[in-house]
Design a protein around this ligand. Sequence first.
Ligand code: NCD
Length: 649
Amino acid sequence: MRNLISIADLTNDEIEEIFSLADGADKLRTDRSASGQIMATLFYEPSTRTRLSFESAMQRLGGSVISCSDMKASSTAKGETIADTAKVVSSYADVLVVRHNWDGAVQAMAEHAEVPVINAGDGSHEHPTQTLCDLYTLRREKGDLKGLTVVVCGDLKNGRTIHSLVYALARFGANVVTLAATGMELPQYVIDRLEREYDYAMGPVASDDLSAVVTETDALYLTPKQPHQLALFTQVDKVIQARLNTMASGLRYDAFYMTRKQKERMKDGSAANSYPTIGPDFLNEKRFQNTVVMHPLPRVDELSPEVDKDWRGIYFKQAAYGVPVRMALLKFLFDQRSVTPSASSKETGAYRDSLSSGSKCRNLNCVTLKESVSTQRRMELYFADEIGVLISRCGYCDHRFKVELIGHVKSKRYCAYDIAFAETVRAWMRHGELAVFDSIKEAEELGYEPYKTGPQRVLMEEAEISAALADVSEQILRDCQDMDRLTIVGVRSVGSRLAQRIAGEIETRLKRKPELGEIEIYGSGNELKRIPPADPDAGPLNLKDREVILVDDVIFTGRTVKSALSIIFRSGRPKSVRLAVLIDRGHREIPVKPNYVGKNIPSSENERVRVRLHELEQGEQDQAVIYSIVNPIDDVETLARNEERAALS
Ligand code: NCD
């Protein structure tokens, strides 16, 4: 039984097959290939196009449709779970088409349904059938998808149509330029998947080319890793600038994909930001003379009706293709009913957390939090790089988080995850001995005790740390070209404390506070924010044209810096980014060179350096310490030997 939850559930060949079927939709209509079949549409959110085109498609195939006109008037209002609804409706219909406001809800329903389930949009997550319509439209207008450049524009954070679309464009070898409204950038989990599964790399492009039509935003360019590979840099220097400009000016924009601000998914306040629009200016630009304008609709005021009259405005065609494409999809799924699934997203090292302990999804709109009884606990673990950060991915909403605390099931010990543990953790995973925790409290409540560490050596005492920060601040001021543009951004948590201290130093010298921000890598969604966060009038942090100082406590492999830079560049193109660290441990996997270093301390992989700050650890003094890790495996073996000995005596 085949479901369609994510666009990744279909291979490229299958998508092509669906498109061929759609080309012959008239034949499907005469064949009445769904005669005697019933489709149930369960829409927990408003819809016009998706629902009506699905219903029309089913009827044109000779099938029939049952539906609840309003899910609020269904048993949901009495408290029925989505699992029960899915189970029950499965016995009334041969296929379920579901739209829901929670991320991952359709996946959860598919796990309880007895018939194929099609995702007609789940929260901010995905909308794969819209993507089929989008690709079909693009292909009819522009021919081969490979090598096309598509600008996706607007609310890239909450727009589910965008997420499915960029994955599909990546798979078909198209380039994507992102033009997000401020604070609505493409989320880290989407970028992570593009990089990991589809080998895409991202680099900034100069947006001068686009600024005539779209204001307020900066562009980022996503492209297959080959042949363009952008160097990583901490400073936007002239050479890189020139290279990016050439790249950008060489671009031919084949399509603009505009989207509406997803107000219903925003907390109060964030909906008020400025938003890019497409109007007559766009039509008059010579370089867009062959650029088609698409929109999943409904539009609000981001797309002017003037574009309707121009041949390039193809969104009504795109909506009309909804029927033949969905007829083709239904026919395809009905024919596949007896076939076992062949396609699924590439999952390397996926790990199903069957333990009662383990991390939970932190996306507040995820079905696993909204209705845990309808879901299983399923966080999949993988390494973000060959040696590297350990990430847990939610099997429902696809959000990704950095694993902070790990435990060993047999020895009942836990510790903070560190890349030096990668090999050990791989072995634990293979043996089903790994536990993952969201907090120390959780680990301890489950009876885990902390691992022992080797002896500690103090690297920097309080006075030395303050002197180093004063010195770094001095240097920053010396290099800063324009105080009005200075923004200090720290990596959470220690880095952002250090950033605040540096800002304090600068304030004492200049009697004014520089702008301050914080970056959370693999956090719960809000990757870049102001500190203090309180002032609602200040709006989201926008780094466009700013002189950014990125602050972290320790640099070792350079990976954190790489991720932080990717987040920074997504929020607008800064004038420059310089890196300040308290301690440089040497050993780089990613070629980044900090501009300001408090102290150089060469150290090896099995050592750990920790910076303790009194703001974060009550009763502690500021201190940087180094210690070696007692290899958890050795520790487990010692433990086992001790137990054996104890048993013998
Ligand atoms: C989209 C949706 O529901 O995600 N609409 C659609 O299906 N055509 C886009 C939107 O609501 O903005």
